[in-house]
Write a protein that binds this ligand. Sequence first.
Ligand code: SAM
Ligand code: SF4
Length: 444
Amino acid sequence: MNAHDSEKVIGTLLSQGYTQVAKPDEADLVLYNTCSIRDKAEQKVFHRLQEFKRHNRGKVFGVLGCVAQQEGERIFERAPHVSLVAGSASYAKLPEMLVQLESGNRRVTGLSLDNDQAFETPFTRRDNPHRAYITIIEGCDKSCAYCVVPFTRGPERSRTSESVLREARELARMGYIEIQLLGQNVNSYRDPSPAGWDFARLLRAMGEVDGIRRVRFTTSHPRDFVKEIIDAIDDNPVLCNHVHLPVQSGSSRVLARMQRLYTRDEYMRRIDWMKQARRNISITTDIIVGFPGETEEDFEQTLALLDEVEYDSLFGFKYSRRPNTAALDIADHISEEEKIRRLAIVQEKQRAIQIRRNSDLVGTVEETFVEGYNHATGQWIGRTSQNRTLNFVHPHVAGPRDGATLSGANLAGANLAGANLAGTSWSVRVTRAGPNSLAGEAVI
Ligand code: SAM
Ligand code: SF4
């Protein structure tokens, strides 16, 4: 989401006549987009701000994103060389704020969360020519005991389905083939227009947009995850067979203390829907270890859940204390060493699961979209619908010539020597599997 927020900010500023430069050294104005989900990310921001100050005298600095929203005007005290502080709910006002800076205002802030509309910008400058992000819902109405997001990104605001579909059609017209729908809880989407579509309905409509060949979405919240989402994926191969469904803990006791709004059994019911689907759905998750009061027995239940679900991948985090959150008041904080130990156990177990699951794919043929070329290994970098990295060799295309492109439309009969396959799709036979990626050869 942060990467896409930066794309929106860049596009907005370009539309106002600003020019983007390659390195901060070359800029007059440096905007730093930040994350405060864990304490480590936040500390990095202040460290980087000091670095910037040392090496970039005479420049105007702005801090954007969740650290800006959370720390507000305190940032001016900790980093007096900063002139602009703005959270994501204020990005639509950035051009106005920059005018204030240019007219000599030394301290400008955009911190209001009082915004009932999602930030729409027609000016987004996308980094990837083939895959585009679309935010469909911003903010979060849940209140997990460990999480700052409701404080930094404000309440939920959904875009109308009409505006989302208009953007998707425009992206298809521009040549994009893959769309990733974004939201803190993407499946809590509720169309604010009279149509009143839910997420499953929007997903089905996205799968019908002419020219779009893959649709992904992240992140889904288990509480709002309904079977209609799986039915939609089953009915249309354009909708990728991958669901990221963060569980956080395998213990219902910990889930209740986290205020996650589901039990382990309720979560497992959703996993069962996916396992019973017609398509082979890849499932990934987030785990927090060392939440206050997590006993050895609770932790064992998380490990047992990993064995039961057999995730295709997971993000594991040590619990990090965050300002304003309810978990600060829970007793029994767990030592850093113990969190490190539990995280290492989770990661080791998950690595073994991934080796096993990826090995099962050796010999299968997967439709693979090409994202680039790795000159060091001589392989094309591809991604499967299940979101697995599948690097492969192509019998006729050893690597791209400088500047060469090849669109999906002119593949048939094309002279492929030296072509750049990025943005095209191939059937690839998997020949090797590692814990984090697959390798194979294109089937011609
Ligand atoms: N909305 C999504 C959900 O509820 O599943 C997750 C969004 S959150 C930005 C991404 C992940 O960061 C969470 O799933 C959680 O695992 C992790 N996270 C959030 N707050 C954390 C904290 N205080 N300490 C450790 N991990 C945290
Ligand atoms: Fe944070 Fe919970 Fe909201 Fe996800 S649902 S963004 S973890 S508060």
